[in-house]
Design a protein around this ligand. Sequence first.
Ligand SMILES: NC(=O)C1=CN([C@@H]2O[C@H](COP(=O)(O)OP(=O)(O)OC[C@H]3O[C@@H](n4cnc5c(N)ncnc54)[C@H](OP(=O)(O)O)[C@@H]3O)[C@@H](O)[C@H]2O)C=CC1
Ligand SMILES: Cc1cn([C@H]2C[C@H](O)[C@@H](COP(=O)(O)OP(=O)(O)O[C@H]3O[C@@H](C)C(=O)[C@@H](O)[C@H]3O)O2)c(=O)[nH]c1=O
Ligand SMILES: [Mg+2]
Length: 311
Amino acid sequence: MKILLTGESGQIGNELALSLRGKAEIISLSRARMNLADLDQVRDAIRAARPDLIINPAAYTAVVKAESEPELATRINGEAPGIIAEEAQRLGAPLVHYSTDYVFDGTKDTPYDEDDKTHPINVYGQSKCAGEEAIARNCEAYWILRTSWVYSVGGGNFLKTVIRLAQEQEKFTIVGDQFGAPTWSKTISDVTVRLVLNGGAEISRDRVRDTSGIYHLTAAGETSWHGYASFIVDQLQALNVPVKVGGSAVITPVPSSTYPVPPHRPKSSRLSGAKLTSAFGVTMPSWQTDVAACLKDIVREYGLAEGRKLA
Ligand SMILES: NC(=O)C1=CN([C@@H]2O[C@H](COP(=O)(O)OP(=O)(O)OC[C@H]3O[C@@H](n4cnc5c(N)ncnc54)[C@H](OP(=O)(O)O)[C@@H]3O)[C@@H](O)[C@H]2O)C=CC1
Ligand SMILES: Cc1cn([C@H]2C[C@H](O)[C@@H](COP(=O)(O)OP(=O)(O)O[C@H]3O[C@@H](C)C(=O)[C@@H](O)[C@H]3O)O2)c(=O)[nH]c1=O
Ligand SMILES: [Mg+2]
């Protein structure tokens, strides 16, 4: 099986490349070979590669910057996935794509289901929503995996920002009125690989077409950004990482209305995983289990217990 993979330098793409290599033929197309902002190049690159399956974790993920670059974010997140889907349909290749909790406005008081109405409240969310719609319009065999609050050992993310804050500041404030589930890129990749390789039976277009649609793929449980940050600090202390912060008790929750950086973000990012479980038998680990495991890897990788600073 020949898999076209995008975004290998990103959090999810990197894990996918690591776990798929050796199990399938991987054609990894980075920005240099297939720039998602260049729609003609996207079409040409897919036609040249002729994959059996396309996995597209590449995206414009800079939520703040997207507000000042709406056209670029929309081309990459909204239009390119539509072209990818068209070409996938032409080749008879299924498409696996990733989307976000930010397609919702966050006003629902129970976890979102896949068929809940989308209503994004910032440019990034609008662009990702447009991408979902374009895929659904243009191809018959796709899985859109919606995840949230992604972190990893290698990428830039909130978890690593909090480690830096803990190493540099005695106390700090974190937004406490937005709720969701931090999700490890490695777990997202593991589940994707499990779905795609289907117990060694390889992917079939019919199987994806029969189960085509959106699936929520987030860690189990929920917390606020503040609860997440507090957990990170507790874990760092348990792992004997020297920190300046005086413990999780001195991280103060603040309302998002006081956070100086636009745009608005959804109050509730909680996504129900029930459909993924019933369709594929996948149950997700708790967010705490995965954050603790990833932190162990980060502490080892960057020598944090020896007092090194996260660059
Ligand atoms: N991060 C998060 O918290 C969440 C992410 N998601 C979704 O999951 C998916 C993966 O996210 P994540 O791994 O965190 O993303 P990252 O920001 O870690 O990586 C993005 C990847 O996309 C590539 N990319 C960006 N612009 C272009 C372009 N114009 N052409 C080609 N490649 C490009 C980047 O390449 P380069 O190195 O060249 O920039 C990089 O490989 C995305 O669809 C995202 O929307 C969903 C929910 C939460
Ligand atoms: C860095 C930082 C953030 N915050 C708040 C702001 C915000 O409400 C929340 C998270 O900050 P971030 O900058 O990580 O937010 P953001 O970049 O919007 O994160 C989102 O990225 C996109 C790609 C997604 O798809 C989403 O699932 C989500 O992960 O924490 C603080 O309170 N203090 C801080 O020091
Ligand atoms: Mg961000």
